[in-house]
Write a protein that binds this ligand. Structure first.
Ligand SMILES: C[S@@+](CC[C@H](N)C(=O)[O-])C[C@H]1O[C@@H](n2cnc3c(N)ncnc32)[C@H](O)[C@@H]1O
Length: 461
């Protein structure tokens, strides 16, 4: 077979994912207001909605309800509410966006000050359903807190730090400002109500957060955290959380913020810099929202199923690029390659989880075989919870793109896809829920699995 022609240009992620209709309560609140003549532009109905869900910005859901056109340019001047002939859509966009600026971003950035962020810089914010990524420039201002200015909005975010799309979407006169803030040695990423900081000069072993991490956090919100407001019984059952391969700690931080009843939080990574970085980010994000006394453990080392047991929620976006079989034993695991961590985690599920506990894991179709084999061999239950087509993302691992034999093996033996001409490669991410079988003592006390199954059914087959 002739060698695969290499083209390192990237492709775009097929985002945002679609979820189907928004929840009934939101839908009827919005529909009722519009019927009652929201043409007066009061939009007061949005305030209680936004208040009730401090971890959401609603851009994804409102677009799904077709209240926002997916291409609505939400901070262009003509979408500001002082236009005379303005329609409801720009007003909704403006209200949600204003809220994002006033509350989420300011408190998010301020919470990271003690972690050593610079006095001004850039932050990437991912909205609900990953519908938009906006790059903001922030500035800490004496006596006034923080000022955030949107620099560019990416509607199809290409990768976590997508410089190319960002620069293309920016007016020529603003490009040098964008370049300046993105070149800083600090990575600040926000998703929903969680903000993490990685100092790229100090936190050398910290690879994430990746887009996989954001996807997993989105799934945890969609299936678990968003329901804690209405379902206090379920909230009380969810007592403990573990993030395996914690990297920046974004997932552990989000869990501790959005599950007010947890009493135990643990995070493990084999990279010492990651453990320190996760510790800083968890501490920064922990607000008064945590009601119960919370015990926290940050563990540095290779994951072992013997060390961890009895968790209500386990979160993991493990490395998932398999090695060519002949090279398997010769390579050591890193942040993205090798499947030994995912196999070890699945193998430990019967003791790792509490009787009603659930593991959420994002894995590429490149390692689907390893995942399904591990699930079958361990006799645990699993359910794919992303939309049936999965989330297609660019494959941009440069060391593998340069390794011709590995690349060919992934194309021929796994699900690495050639994109349209000149567009490089892509692969598909899926999120899986995994739990103990009934024979292993599973009992759905918190109703998490029932909810996962019902919501998953709404996505279609
Ligand atoms: C894809 S990254 C996870 C990124 C992370 N969620 C974040 O937000 O930064 C995978 C992580 O797993 C860690 N890892 C890989 N194998 C491991 C093992 N056997 N035990 C513990 N950590 C491991 C890596 O050091 C890396 O930080």
């Amino acid at each position: 077979m002739p060698p695969t022609p290499l083209n390192l240009t990237k492709t775009y992620y097929q985002l945002p994912y679609r979820w189907g209709p928004i929840d009934e309560q939101t839908q009827s609140a919005i529909a009722g207001q519009l019927d009652a003549g929201a043409g007066d532009h009061s939009l007061d109905f949005l305030t209680p909605l936004l208040d009730a869900y401090p971890n959401r910005d609603f851009f994804g859901d409102l677009a799904s309800a077709e209240l926002l056109r997916s291409d609505a340019d939400w901070f262009s001047p003509q979408n500001q509410p002082n236009r005379i002939d303005t329609s409801v859509e720009p007003l909704i966009v403006h209200r949600v966006y204003q809220r994002l600026l006033d509350q989420l971003l300011s408190s998010g950035v301020l919470s990271l000050v003690s972690s050593g962020i610079p006095a001004s810089g850039a932050l990437l914010y991912y909205s609900d359903r990953m519908a938009r990524c906006v790059i903001f420039e922030y500035r800490l201002v004496r006596n006034r807190g923080v000022e955030c200015v949107p620099l560019v909005e990416l509607r199809k975010p290409d990768r976590l730090y997508d410089m190319d799309s960002a620069l293309r979407a920016t007016a020529p006169e603003e490009r040098s400002a964008l370049k300046k803030v993105l070149m800083l040695g600090h990575k600040i990423v926000g998703h929903r109500n969680t903000f993490v900081h990685v100092d790229r000069r100090r936190d050398l072993g910290v690879a994430g957060p990746f887009l996989d991490t954001i996807l997993l956090n989105e799934m945890a919100h969609k299936y678990i955290y968003e329901h804690m407001h209405q379902d206090e019984v379920a909230a009380l059952q969810l007592k403990s959380v573990l993030e395996i391969g914690c990297g920046s700690g974004l997932l552990a931080a989000a869990a501790s913020q959005n599950l007010p009843s947890i009493t135990r939080l643990e995070a493990i990574d084999m990279s010492p810099e990651s453990v320190l970085c996760a510790y800083r980010n968890v501490e920064a994000n922990l607000h008064e929202s945590v009601q119960a006394p919370l015990e926290k453990f940050f563990v540095c080392g290779a994951y072992s199923g013997q060390r961890f047991s009895d968790f209500s929620i386990v979160l993991c976006n493990p490395p998932y690029i398999p090695y060519i079989p002949e090279e398997h034993g010769r390579r050591t695991a890193d942040a993205i390659s090798g499947t030994s961590l995912l196999e070890a985690v699945i193998a430990s599920v019967p003791t790792l989880l509490s009787p009603g506990g659930v593991l959420l894991m994002v894995v590429s179709d490149l390692a689907r075989r390893e995942l399904l084999v591990a699930v079958r061999e361990q006799g645990v239950e699993s359910l794919e919870v992303t939309p049936p087509e999965g989330i297609e993302v660019a494959f941009d691992q440069e060391d593998i793109l340069r390794n011709q034999s590995w690349l060919e093996w992934l194309v021929n033996e796994r699900e690495l896809r050639h994109r349209a001409e000149g567009d490089g490669f892509s692969h598909v991410l899926r999120c899986y829920a995994v739990w103990r079988s009934e024979a292993q003592g599973f009992s759905d006390d918190a109703g998490t699995i029932q909810r996962l199954k019902t919501m998953r059914a709404a996505l279609g087959t």
